[in-house]
Design a protein around this ligand. Structure first.
Ligand code: ZN
Length: 61
């Protein structure tokens, strides 16, 4: 029974993380963005090291 609760809790956390990423792309890296000068994608917020365009089709800011 306890194992089931833990499993459901973990699944809920993963779901929240996925939804959060979908709704607020690059919300977490934003904190790190101020410290580095590495270009990030204007669409998804991923770091674009050594390139100007992103896999998602976005461009560096
Ligand atoms: Zn991107």
């Amino acid at each position: 029974m306890l194992f089931k609760i833990i499993l459901v809790f973990l699944l809920a956390m993963i779901l929240i993380a996925l939804v959060g990423r979908a709704l607020f792309p690059g919300a977490l890296p934003k904190v790190l963005r101020k410290k580095t000068s590495a270009p990030v994608c204007g669409k998804c917020g991923r770091y674009l090291i050594g390139r100007k365009t992103c896999d998602c089709g976005g461009k560096a800011k």
